[in-house]
Structures are given as structure tokens and as C-alpha cells.
Design a protein around this ligand. Sequence first.
Ligand code: BES
Ligand code: ZN
Ligand code: ZN
Length: 463
Amino acid sequence: MISFTPKSKHDQEATIVLLTSKQNDKRLKKDIEKGEIFPFLEGKKYLLFVGLGNVDKLTLTDLRIQIRKALMSFFLKKVKSVEVIPHTKDERAVKAIIEGALIGTYTWDKYKSKDKDDKVVKDKHVTIVVEPKKEYEQTVAVCEGVKLTRDLINDNADLITSDYLEKTIKGLIKGQKKVSLEILNEKELKAKGLNLHLAVNQGSPKEPKLIIVKYTGGKKDEGYTAIVGKGMTFDTGGLNLKPTNHIETMRIDMSGAGAVCGILKNVFKLGIKKNLLFVLGIAENAIGSLAYKPGDVIIGYAGKSVEIGNTDAEGRLVLADAFSYVVKNYKPIKMVDIATLTGACVVALGFDYSGLFSNNDELAEELLACAQETDDRAWRLPIYPEIKEYIKSPIADLKNTSTIRGGGACTAAEFLHQFVGDTAWAHLDIAGSAFVEGHGRFYYGHGATGAGVRLLTHYLLNF
Ligand code: BES
Ligand code: ZN
Ligand code: ZN
């Protein structure tokens, strides 16, 4: 929980004082270095000085990291209420502090047994000593959307099924006006010919679903922007089975759909008045005797035939059908998809940046600006006219794998591009950025990061 107060209150169990190098506090009789935490005990109350170093060199990412470190420090283990005194009134810095406190202290421990002796207070009440502003409440709201996304991604694949995601979406739109919902289950997907989507789910006992939320928050004559998420509730790779060390985290393959849930929550909470389509392409890429086969040729909703070069390149198939269905039936003017699409994107960019692809420079620039502003980072990678040569098939219109070795994130993006028609479109490949393994990086702990939620919420709010 987080709140704001213009004046410091005295009923707090602890106080965190953020200090840059030149800001001396008379209680502190020494210089405090960047990253240093200096605790005092004032009676029963903890006072934590946190060093931020030279203000000119202090990035907002640093600030988020330091807040996380302070709030999760040993000294505050048993503290329920803590006040944070920022080093500045700067709005962007205060927002970073809020994010450090909310995004930074998120931990996934649902399945860890609670040690009786370990009385760590996790959900501390954090009060930031700053004049309250609408913008700060907005940041808090966005962080709650990020949390929903992370919870959905982190939990077991057999819990977060297509049914579960449907319930989540229904819960989010309940009581909202100007909303309509279309759900295509297996039967409807068959009747309408979304055969690529169906093929991917063929080996699974669970229901494939295409969920479309239409929200007319803007003016009647304004075009719709579609946000489309890849929702592979588990990706075994199918008959091209993923090996050990690659399969273990594949419950995260619905991170795109998870992000769509978080963004949807944010749109309502922030009262964003736009015409939007929220689309979740949900399937499970399971292995078994019913699973679709390498070498198969499948004709999807757009009427294009696709040769299956590899059953593990399944995300693009589900998205291809989702795109063609949405483009034909809802005619959005803009479409942004978000997907854990390729391991190649991780090779290209690592874990800190999502790959951004677009057929529209203006849209790409706007999204990059949002990525910069929110620290939900993205880096543009290319698609270009000649690249489509690499996804040609001798026996079908397209192939779901590439004929060349490198650039797998780009050829996957080009495959998607084949299904957007004239729509201004951007694709975020979050295969690397969606999840942190090990002990964390920056201000994220182990697990899902909520990649794309802050970026796209900011986009919908500002563009
Ligand atoms: N879901 C994976 C991509 C992925 C990799 C997500 C690592 C998160 C972390 C995707 O469906 C996949 O398996 N892609 C293949 C495509 C290949 C077979 C052409 C890949 O990237 O290896
Ligand atoms: Zn795959
Ligand atoms: Zn996948």
C-alpha cells in the first residue's frame, strides 16, 4: 500500500531519507556513498539514510533500485509502516520512487511455506512525503496493473488456463460501460476457419480461445487501436519438443496475454477515453498423438496456407489468425501485439530490452518514446521488403520458420506482418524482457516483470 502526504507524520515505524552527495543531514556525521544504507535507531524507530550519490549521475533506474534495496533491507524486516522522504520534488523522480516501492518489492512466494519465525512484513504501508498529485495516483494504478500481469505469468500453467484468463477478463470488465465481449471457443474457431490457432492447440485437452474486448471509450467516429497478446498457456514446443533448460519456464509464454489483462485493468482505472480492442489469442502447445505435425500445411483465417517448419514456432500461427480475424471484423486503425515470440530476440537483445518491430515509423517512434519514459525498455529491430523471401515455402504461401539461420526475431516479425493488411502495426517481442531468472536484475526480483504494461499504458494515456 502506498500513500502521499505533504508533511512528515510521526506515527511511522521507520523513515527512509534519500540523500544525494551534497545533501547533508546533521544526524549523519559522515559522507554517504551511492548505494550505502546507513541505519540509525531513534528510540524504537528506524531511520534509514540511503545514499544516491552525485545527483547529476543519478538515473531514475538507480533510484528505483535504491528504493527497492532500502524497503527490502534487513532493517525494515518487521516494520509495517514506513515513510520515505525524497531527495527532490521532481515529478519523474517521485514516480520512480513509487515504482521502486511497488514494482521493486514485488515477490512471488505463493507456494513457499511461511516460516513461523520469519515475520517479514511484506506489504508495508509506504508513505511518500510529497504533495499528492493525480499523476502519482496514476503511477500507483499502473503498478497495480503490472502486479496483475506478473501474478498471471508467475503462476502454474495448469492454473492459468484459457478458462482462467476468460474469467480474469470477465472480472475486469464487469460493471464497465461501453464494453462488449466476443469469445471464440473451439467450436466457433472451427466454424470460422481459424485453423492455425486450432492446429497449435490440437494436442491439448484445454479449450483454445480468442477473446476480444471492444471498448468504445472514445468518440463514436474515432478508430480503434487493438492490443493483441500471445497467450500460450504452456509451450512444450509440440512435437519439436523443447529440450531441458528451455522448457522449464514456458508457462511464461502467455506473458503477452497477461500484459493485455494488466493494460485493460489500467485503462479502466485511469479512465482512458479511447476506442480500444483487447485481444487474447489463447492456446496450449502440447505434445501428444493429437498434436499438429511438422510438415503439415494449414490454411488459416486469412486464406493463406502455412507450411509448419517447426511446431515450436507456434506463437506466430495463433497471432496470424488473431490478426486476420480482428483486421477483417473490427478494422482497427492501429494494432500493437505483445508476445514472447522468439528465443532469437533474446540472443539479439538480451533481457533488458523488448524487441520492437513496425511497419509504421511514426508509431514506432511513439512507442520508443514511451519505452524511454517508463523504463519499460524497447529497441527497434528491422523488417524490410526483402525479408519475406526467407519465409517462403515451396509447397505453401508461407512457412512458419525461416530458410536462413540468423535474424529469427526479424523473420518471425515478418511472418506476423503478412497478416496485418494496411493496418499501422507494431510488434513487441518480450521473450527476454518478460521474465527474470535467478536473483533478479535492476529493480525486478525473480519471476515475471510485467514487460509491456507500463509502456503500452503510457502509450494509450498519452498518444
Ligand atoms: N515461446 C517461444 C519463444 C521464447 C523463448 C519465449 C525463450 C521465452 C523465452 C517460441 O514459441 C519459440 O519456441 N520460438 C522458437 C522459434 C523457432 C522454432 C523458429 C525459438 O525462438 O526458438
Ligand atoms: Zn514455441
Ligand atoms: Zn511460444
